[in-house]
Design a protein around this ligand. Structure first.
Ligand code: RP5
Length: 168
C-alpha cells in the first residue's frame, strides 16, 4: 500500500539550512515529496500556526521542525496539528545547541515533539521515513534494504579491521 504523504521541513531561519541539506537529500532519495520552508515561532508566528493547522489537509504526513536558540518552533507547530512533529535542535548559539535541545525536547504532556540530537537532521529524515513507512510498504521495504546494507557495511569494515590487526 502506498500513501505518498509529503514531509514538511520547516526551519526557523535560513541560517539553519546547512544543518538540513542532507536530510532533504535523504527524503528525496526515498522519493518522498518534500516542502522546505522558513517559518519562525517568534518572527512569523501567524504563518507557522497557519501552516501547521492546515498541514494534514494539505497532504503532509510528518513535519520536521529545526530551530536554534530558544527553539519554540517544533512545539508551536505541534500545538496546531495532530501530525507527528520531529524537532531538530540546531547548534546556532553560544550555548552550543543545548538551549535549543531543551526548548525542543521538554514539551508539556499532551503535545509531544519527537526530538533528535543537536544538529541530528539526518535522523529526523530517517524517522520521518519510518513513520510514513508504517502505512507505505514501498518505504518500509526501502528501509529494510537500507538497514541490511548498513549491516553488511559494518561486517565488511570489521573483516577489514581483522586483517589490519593481524598485520600489526
Ligand atoms: C532561531 O534562531 C533560528 O532557528 C536560528 O537557529 C537562530 C538564529 O537565527 P538568525 O538570527 O540567524 O536568523 O530562531
Amino acid at each position: 500500500m502506498s500513501t505518498t504523504k509529503k514531509v514538511a521541513i520547516i526551519m526557523g531561519s535560513d541560517s539553519d539550512l546547512p544543518v538540513l541539506k542532507n536530510a532533504i537529500k535523504i527524503l528525496k532519495g526515498f522519493d518522498i515529496p518534500v516542502e522546505v520552508r522558513i517559518m519562525s515561532a517568534h518572527r512569523t508566528p501567524a504563518e507557522a500556526c497557519s501552516f501547521a493547522s492546515s498541514a494534514k489537509e494539505n497532504g503532509f504526513g510528518v513535519i520536521i521542525a529545526a530551530a536554534g536558540k530558544a527553539a519554540h518552533l517544533a512545539g508551536v507547530l505541534a500545538a496546531h496539528t495532530t501530525l507527528p512533529v520531529i524537532g531538530v535542535p540546531v547548534k546556532s548559539s553560544t550555548l552550543d545547541g543545548l538551549d535549543a535541545l531543551l526548548s525542543t525536547v521538554q514539551m508539556p504532556k499532551g503535545i509531544p515533539v519527537a526530538t533528535v540530537a543537536i544538529d541530528g537532521a539526518d535522523n529526523a529524515a530517517y524517522l520521518a521515513v519510518q513513520i510514513l513507512g508504517v502505512y507505505d510498504d514501498r518505504l518500509a521495504d526501502a528501509l529494510t534494504k537500507m538497514k541490511a546494507d548498513m549491516t553488511n557495511e559494518v561486517i565488511r569494515k570489521d573483516e577489514a579491521l581483522q586483517s589490519q590487526i593481524d598485520n600489526l
